[in-house]
Every structure is written in C-alpha cells, then in structure tokens.
Design a protein around this ligand. Structure first.
Ligand code: UD1
Length: 324
C-alpha cells in the first residue's frame, strides 16, 4: 500500500514525503511542478508529474501504486493572487479537489487528508479560534478551501470515504536535517522575508501595521514548526486507517508572537539589527490569529515538540542561507 501525496514537491508536501518514508511507508508524489521543485522530493518516493485534476491519471496511480490514502497538499496559496484571480483559485483548489475526491470514492481509497487553512475563519474575534468558530473567510483563497471542506464532508456522509481537514495556522521552519524547506517562489511570509533580509537578499523588512490592538501594535500569529505540523498529519493518517471519523483539526500551538517578536528572534540569531521599515497595514490582515488546538491534542494525542520561536526561526534561516 502507498500514500499518494499531491503537491509533494512543495514546502509542506515535501516534508510529509520524507516523514512517511522515514517511517517505512511507500509514497507516490503527484505534482505539476507549477510552483513545486522536483529536487525537494526524496529520491525514494515515486514521482509523477501531472495534474491532480486529471482523473484518468489519478485512477492509474491509485491502481499502479496500490494507494490506500491520499494527502492532498496541491493548491494555490497566495492570498492576494486569489483576490486578483478568484476563478483560478476555485479551479485549482476547489474543482481539482472535487475530482480527486471523486476518484477516491470510485476506486475505494477511503482515507483522505486535506490541507486546509486558518483563512477559513476570516477575521476571527481576536481571541483563540476553535474549530467550531464562525467560518467567514475574507478572500477567495479561504473560501476555496472551505468549499472543499464542505464537499469532503458531504462525500463522507454519502460514501464509504473519510477525511480529516487540517487547518494550518502560520507554518514556518524547515526539516532538522535540511533535506527540504520553504522555497516557494515569491513567498511573502514573514519569517521567510525576515530571513531574506537578514541574509541581505532584500534591503529591509516592512512591518505591515503598528497600530493593531495587540501588546506592541503589530500583528500576532500562531507560528507552527513544519515538523510539528507533519506530526499532526501522521497522527491523522493513523487515525483514519484505524477507522477514525471524519473531522477537522486546527494546527497551531495556541501561542501568538507579534511581528516585532519575530524580528527580535531573527536579531538574536544573527546578533545584528534587522533593517525594518514601518508601513501601513496590509489589506485583509487580521490583528491576532491564534489556534485553539485542544481537539488535536486531546483526540489525536498530538504533542508538539518545536514550539520555541528561536528554533523555528533558526531552521528557516539555515534553509534560506544554504538553499535559496
Ligand atoms: C496568510 C493566511 C494563511 C495562509 C497563509 C498562506 C489569512 C488570515 N492568513 O497568513 O491562512 O495559510 O497566508 O500564504 O489569510 N508581515 C509583515 N511584513 C512582511 C510579511 C508579513 O509585517 O513582510 C506581517 C503580516 O502583516 C502578519 C504577519 O506578519 O501580521 C504574518 O504574515 P504572513 O506570514 O504573510 O502570513 P498570514 O498573512 O498571517
């Protein structure tokens, strides 16, 4: 039996591929390499370059590799692009996921893990967000993911098919052995940008908003180390294979760090001041986004091991320094 990892040449999917191989599973990656990088995929994994929405291709992969579970990472993730090109986002994230789910139902692949996002909650109410909080995404990216969650839920009611949707908060950091890391082109994420500035690959870091209702006025986020995120995926996969019920889980630590705290962590690491510029708020940015991950801890016994912001920043920096 093998696990099909869609988007396995991307940042998080390539970590999942290594983690599955590390514990002795067979893996086949399907990626169209539109943003993924072939070199991030372990040589021990099967690799197919192609479209996840190509149902005939996916049917063949399921049969050739004896796939029993799908972990679906492939998708588009740049929030401002989703506002500019909403239909492309609904195509890549929603329509493609629908086709993939249909092949799974048809071919009897019962276990499906879906990369969802905290963006399904929208602005939140400024506190910790639990899974049953109101869902009000404020951009097509978040909507395209929420629509997929709904499709999976309906499919799971109607068919012999179960899913777990993992709602990622702010994923950062890199594999401890530096086999893979964040190399997505045009990434705008704070920790990656800050590392690029520290490496003098950009002149300065913009701080988007200093007048938020947060302790130091800058945006607060729940940064989760990619290795802890992957640990959650492995637990979810095990639970599904044991017959666990379809559900959704928040993936974050329940701790928030501000933009200024992230900047301080980078400065601690490099022992040098980081050139920053105070800028106005970025459109659509909420003040505070923090996960209530009680459910993940209680139900799947998830025990995060890399919550230290300095470790998250150090691994991100090491990856950026050596490989980008
Ligand atoms: C967003 C999405 C998240 C998604 C991720 C994927 C929302 C609410 N969040 O995360 O669901 O998974 O993108 O791409 O839609 N910042 C700066 N300067 C920078 C970059 C960022 O000050 O150069 C600040 C931002 O204003 C924010 C924080 O840093 O307060 C984190 O930003 P970022 O890393 O871009 O992630 P989100 O926007 O939180």
């Amino acid at each position: 039996m093998a696990v099909l990892v869609t988007g396995g040449a991307g940042y998080i999917g390539s970590h999942m591929t290594y983690a599955l191989l590390d514990r002795g599973e067979d893996v086949v990656v399907l990626d169209n390499l539109s943003t993924g990088i072939r070199g991030l995929v372990s040589e021990k994994a099967g690799f197919v370059q192609g479209e996840v929405g190509d149902m005939a291709l996916v049917r063949r992969i399921v049969s050739d590799f004896k796939v029993d579970a799908v972990v679906h990472f492939a998708g588009s993730i740049v929030v401002p692009d989703s506002v500019a090109q909403p239909l492309r986002y609904y195509a890549n994230n929603t329509v493609v996921s629908r086709a993939l789910a249909e092949v799974c139902v048809e071919t009897g692949v019962r276990n499906f893990i879906f990369s969802s996002t905290a963006a399904v909650y929208g602005l939140g109410d400024g506190g910790m967000i639990a899974e049953d909080a109101h869902k009000a995404p404020i951009n097509p990216y978040g909507r395209s993911k929420l629509m997929t969650e709904w499709m999976l839920e309906d499919a799971a009611h109607a068919h012999d098919f179960r899913f777990m949707a993992l709602r990622y908060f702010n994923v950062a950091g890199a594999d401890a052995k530096l086999r893979t890391g964040q190399s997505t082109p045009r990434a705008t994420h704070l920790i990656k940008r800050a590392c690029q500035v520290a490496l003098k690959r950009a002149s300065h870091l913009d701080i988007f908003g200093t007048d938020y209702p947060t302790p130091d006025g800058t945006g607060v986020r729940d940064y989760i180390h990619v290795e802890d995120l992957i640990a959650a995926h492995l637990l979810a996969l095990d639970a599904l294979r044991r017959g666990g019920a379809s559900t959704v889980y928040n993936c974050g630590y329940g701790q928030g760090f501000s933009v200024r705290q992230v900047i301080c962590a980078v400065e601690r690491l490099t022992c040098a001041p980081l050139p920053v510029r105070e800028a106005s708020r970025r459109a659509g940015d909420p003040a505070t986004v923090i996960a209530d991950s009680t459910r993940l801890k209680q139900e799947l016994k998830w025990q995060p091991a890399h919550q230290d912001l300095d470790e998250i920043v150090r691994t991100a920096f090491e990856w950026e320094r050596r490989f980008n």
